[in-house]
Design a protein. Sequence first.
Length: 228
Amino acid sequence: MTIFRFAIKRSFGNKTNVVFLLPLPIVCIFFPEGEDWPHLPYGYQYFGIVILFAGIRLTSILLEDRAKGVVKRLAVAPISYAQYLGQNLLGFSVLLVMQCVIIVMGGVLVGHELYQPLWLLVLYTSFSFTAIAIALAWISFCRSKDTAFLVYMSLIFLLVILGGLMIPLDIFPALLKKIAILFPTFWLAEGLNWVVFGVNILDFLLINAVLWLYTLIFLIIGSIRKIH
C-alpha cells in the first residue's frame, strides 16, 4: 500500500489542502444555529460544500501526476493503472472520512443537537465518496489543474444552490424542484432532513443508495478515461 500512504502524505503537502482538511471542518462545528432553517446548525448544512471542495483539491493531485508523465510511466511499471488509481482514491477517501468524524464528534462534544449523530456520520461518509468520484470524473476531462479547480468552483455553487444546501427548496418553482432531484447535493440535503425528522430507516437507506449509485457512475467515467 505504498501509493496509499504516499497519497495521504502528498495531500498534506499543500497548504490549501490542509485548510480544507482540518481548519474548515473545525470552523463548521462552531457555526450558529438557524431559527427556522436549516434544522441542523449552519455548519452542518454547509459542510457538504467543504467536502466538495476538498474532493477536487485532493484529486487534482492526479492531474499533477499526469503533467509529470507518471500515468504514462505506469505502462512499464510493476503496478497497474487500477492499483495506482484505487490506492490514491482510497487515500483521498480516508482523509474525507476523517473530516466527517471530526465534525460529528466535535458537534457532540460541544453540545450541538445533532439528533442522530451516527446516521449523520454515515450520510457524510457516503457523500464523501460521491464527492471524490465526481471530482475524478471532472478532472478526467481537464488538462490544467488550475482550470479544473476554478471551473469546478462554479459548478459546486450551482450544485449547492439548486440542490438545496444553501437555499431551502421550498422557495423554488416546481420545475427547479424536479431538476434538483438530479443533483447529489439534493440527496445530501434530504439525508440531513431525515437525520432530524426521519423515522423510517428505509428512506435513509434509499438516500445513501442513490449517493452510492452516483459514486459508481462517476467512478466508471473517471476510470475509463484514465486521465490521459
